[in-house]
Design a protein around this ligand. Structure first.
Ligand SMILES: [Zn+2]
Length: 75
């Protein structure tokens, strides 16, 4: 399907890493099915995927793993 942001690219199915910040905690969800524009990079998620993401994050199940993340100040 063509992109409705840049109107030039094609949206293609892709597994992405979705990031979400909650208060002082950054949460990542790997292998989220999305459509990504091959030109502008706009990410589109289906309503079903958004609902599943919210369940995953709010249920606060033990995560698959932890990673260390550096934090920079823009200067
Ligand atoms: Zn686009």
């Amino acid at each position: 399907m063509s992109c409705d942001v840049c109107f030039a690219g094609e949206r293609r199915p892709q597994l992405i890493r979705y990031s979400l910040s909650m208060a002082d905690r950054l949460v990542l969800v790997d292998h989220v099915p999305a459509e990504v524009c091959d030109r502008c990079g706009e990410v589109t998620l289906s309503p079903e995927v958004v609902e599943r993401l919210q369940q995953t994050v709010w249920q606060q199940e033990p995560p698959a793993r932890f990673i260390e993340t550096p934090v920079y100040e823009f200067a």
